[in-house]
Design a binder for this molecule. Sequence first.
Ligand code: CP
Length: 328
Amino acid sequence: MEELLASPERCAGILQNRLVANMFFEASTRTNQSFQAAANRLGAKILVFHPQSGSGAKGESFSDTMRMVDGYSDAVIVRHPCEGAARLAADVCEHPVINAGDGGNQHPTQAFIDLYTVRKLKGKVGGVKVVLFGDLAHARSMHSLLYGLSMFKAKITLCSPPGLGMAEWMVEEARRKFGAKVAIEKKPDLSSADVLYTCRVQKERFGSPREADAAQAAFRVSKKLLEGANEELAILHPLPKVDEIDAEVDSDPRARYFEQAKNGVPVRMAALAMCMRGFGREGKGGRRVPGFSCKNQSCISGIEKAHWGWAEGAGLRVRCRYCERPAG
Ligand code: CP
């Protein structure tokens, strides 16, 4: 897709006369704009949605809204503050649904961009030493990237301030499903790291702003942190950045986050083209568990009363179908 971008007329034929619904229920600059750019480059048209003026204000459920726009379009892109919202949308829509970020759960197309950027910069993902640094508890891009890096056999180190660590069940799943090599460190050792991936504290997912500010004060990418760091280090960030990277780091040649954001267009062109041309229809293995009720307060199932558990794997572990958090 990146090569095709140099031939606008060839690009524009790929999804000509197709219609994409861009359903953003939560703030976004990059994901929203780059999906619009991607769809436009491929010749598709975009249905734009403004949640403030949508009928959710009159009490319409999320799943009814999704069912409606599915009838108007050929694919639905959805960002929502609740975990599992994209899965619920996929259940009620006939057309492909792309998760553009569901609460503090997952951000898969961001992970595609991150993996693509690592591969472009380092020539591979397997064996590359990546330090995930920051709010690993709430940052959906960190969660999706953990799985992506694990699938491609990167060497992963998790490093976070106290209380902001990656959920144990996610680390356990990455190890069990993908044989991930995951180390957990208190301080990042950047002398031999290939990639430092950081993100802001996800203030909107904290109980109080003061708690979030205290968490933010506990980590920062500064010139001092980079003293002794690998000269070939790539510093990546999904953006937006707020206070976690000193402004002077932007001019360090190792800071590659704006280039990373630019990769969003070809990567999302690929995601749109693949799913709208029939790839990636996903079934769900395992068996349905009647009477399941998700205990995650941030899960869409609590709002939509759409509880559905499913059990997977040899031990038939029970999880929520939507946010995928294990029971218990
Ligand atoms: N990286 C990312 O998801 O940014 P936006 O929230 O601006 O879309």
